[in-house]
Design a binder for this molecule. Structure first.
Ligand code: UD1
Length: 422
């Protein structure tokens, strides 16, 4: 099994360019099914989850060409397989988007229940509730969700909890429903807006994405289009946090500053200098940290709050803050699997329920540490880059799922990181 060997303690310095957004990509790729015509998606991150999704579409019969520059052409007209129950599907959380896309396009979907990172229970009951509200019959048998609808019809749908996945999935199906769908208490994450923009480029009529009420007027037909996805908020945030944790100075290019406000605010509160800029063609963020941060408190919240996906890297950063920091994880029940690994590196962190108390220590020390999920992996990379001495980070297949060329980007910033094995 491949692992990273990292010699920590070197400040990250230089410039890094952010790739396309993973979570937008994972929704937009299945959304092409709705077009009924070929689509071209640009600025895709070259990450494992994108390759897996491309393979799933190929197994369904679609023609998918992906080049090394992150440009994918998908022709969904040749899809003949509507029972999407192979192993690959259950490995990928985002495969749930096939449900909304297939239901919208074909009126039928059979989908293996999605897997993904293990960060506590991750039901899809809101997705199912949404599909039922649109008129589908949905049953789950032997780990497979079957959804059928003679005709989808628009509906008013209130989400009991803000859910990114359910918001997007309902948007996908509702694009092809008869009449208007209103999603209340919708998620406002940047990738929700990006998916809505993509669907509108295909001829859909979606208004209000980015607010908590989204209106979708169903269309009989959509068409193919060409679309470039937004930069990844979470990758950008990870580099911001890594720069701060290593007391470095990094310019992060290809970002959308408003997507990073919660992260900038928290880093600045801890004493890190964060400045936004515009070089005429692109926005960038400069993160500059030279000394130990102050302790701060963080609560994860739906966008525009502090993203749960950066809670884990932030824990690694705050492990060496001056004073006690408190983190409250409000989105997922069990998202502290990185903590025992940080403790092995010398961190002092106690988790009680959804709260982690971090007593800042002067330094972390290199250790052999194991990633348990994607963002836990990112947290361990941040910790290992900042720590004194050598670390081995194991289970890096999780990190490959969501970060493009991580070691190359880190090495370009001066990190001593080597991938060992395959
Ligand atoms: C997406 C992101 C993930 C991010 C998360 C929160 C993708 C592929 N993944 O995950 O990176 O961490 O948003 O920003 O985009 N819930 C239910 N029932 C449901 C759906 C969700 O109870 O049917 C709960 C979840 O267990 C969780 C909360 O709602 O506690 C929010 O989950 P949700 O926003 O749906 O996350 P995901 O779409 O799984």
């Amino acid at each position: 099994m491949a692992y990273y060997e990292i010699n920590g303690g070197r400040p990250l310095e230089g410039q890094v360019t952010i790739s396309g957004a993973k979570n937008a990509a994972l929704a937009i790729i299945p959304a092409t099914i709705l077009a009924g015509e070929p689509c071209v998606i640009e600025n895709l991150p070259m990450i494992e989850d994108v390759h897996v999704l491309a393979e799933i579409l190929r197994l369904m019969g679609a023609s998918v060409d992906l080049n090394d520059n992150g440009c994918m052409r998908i022709d969904p007209t040749t899809i003949t397989e509507f029972e999407v129950t192979f192993d690959m599907v259950s490995q990928l959380r985002a495969s749930y988007y096939l449900l909304g896309a297939m239901l919208g396009r074909y009126g039928h979907a059979a989908l293996a229940l999605p897997g993904g990172c293990s960060i506590g229970p991750r039901p899809i009951d809101f997705h199912i509730k949404g599909m039922r509200a649109l008129g589908a019959e949905v049953v789950t048998r032997n780990g497979i969700v079957y959804a059928d609808a003679k005709a989808l019809r628009g509906a008013d749908i209130y989400l009991d909890m803000v859910s990114v996945g359910a918001t997007i999935n309902i948007m996908l199906a509702a694009c092809r429903a008869d009449g208007t769908t209103v999603i209340a208490n919708a998620a406002k994450e940047p990738h929700v807006v990006d998916v809505a923009n993509f669907l509108n480029m295909m001829g859909a009529s979606i208004k209000g994405a980015g607010t908590d009420v989204i209106r979708i007027r169903g269309r009989k037909q959509l068409h193919g289009c060409s679309y470039a996805i937004i930069p990844d908020q979470i990758e950008a945030g990870t580099f911001m946090i890594a720069a701060a944790a290593t007391r470095g100075s990094v310019v992060i290019n290809n970002i959308i500053p408003t997507h990073l406000e919660a992260i900038s605010a928290k880093l600045m509160e801890s004493g890190v200098r964060v400045t936004e800029g515009d070089d005429g063609s692109d926005f960038f963020m400069h993160v500059d940290a030279s000394c130990r941060p102050r302790a701060i408190n963080i609560k994860t919240l739906p966008y525009p709050g502090f993203p749960t996906d950066l809670q884990q890297p932030m824990t690694a950063f705050l492990a060496t803050a001056q004073g006690n920091s408190f983190i409250v994880e409000n989105i997922f029940e069990d998202r502290y699997n990185h903590v025992p690994e940080l403790v092995r590196m010398g961190a002092k962190i106690t988790v009680t329920g959804r709260t982690a108390m971090i007593e800042g220590v002067e330094k972390l020390y290199g250790a052999t540490i194991t990633a348990t999920d994607l963002r836990a992996g990112a947290a361990l990379i941040v910790a290992a880059l900042a720590a004194e001495g050598e670390s081995k980070v194991r289970n890096i297949h999780y990190i490959d799922r969501g970060y493009e060329h991580l070691e190359q980007k880190m090495r370009a910033l001066g990190a001593d990181i080597v991938r060992i094995g395959r």
